[in-house]
Design a protein around this ligand. Structure first.
Ligand SMILES: [Zn+2]
Length: 91
């Protein structure tokens, strides 16, 4: 083992699974909770689930950081990207 901690997660299709920490991303949830996402090693599906205490503790212990502040911010970022520029308004 490379020291990569294993975390018990749950795939909606396959049920409980164990995946390596490096396969998990933490995502902040709107309600102040934490979600995580991972690629299921069994079906390959990308799963997003809310992290229960066990998962949170394991991730915190291994200093996994929340990589995405929130979906809202992701969206805000998309919206604030320079797209169509308004021309200078003639005065
Ligand atoms: Zn699965």
């Amino acid at each position: 083992m490379s020291g990569d901690a294993r975390v018990r997660v749950r795939c909606p299709q396959c049920g409980p699974r164990t995946v390596g920490l490096s396969a998990i991303e933490l995502v902040a949830a709107d309600a102040g909770g934490v979600n995580y996402r991972f690629g299921c090693p069994n079906c390959g599906k990308r799963v997003v689930a809310s992290a229960d205490r066990d998962v949170q503790r394991t991730l915190a212990r291994n200093r996994v950081e929340v990589v995405v502040p929130s979906l809202k911010e992701e969206l805000a970022e998309l919206e604030s990207q320079p797209g169509v520029q308004e021309g200078p308004t003639p005065s």
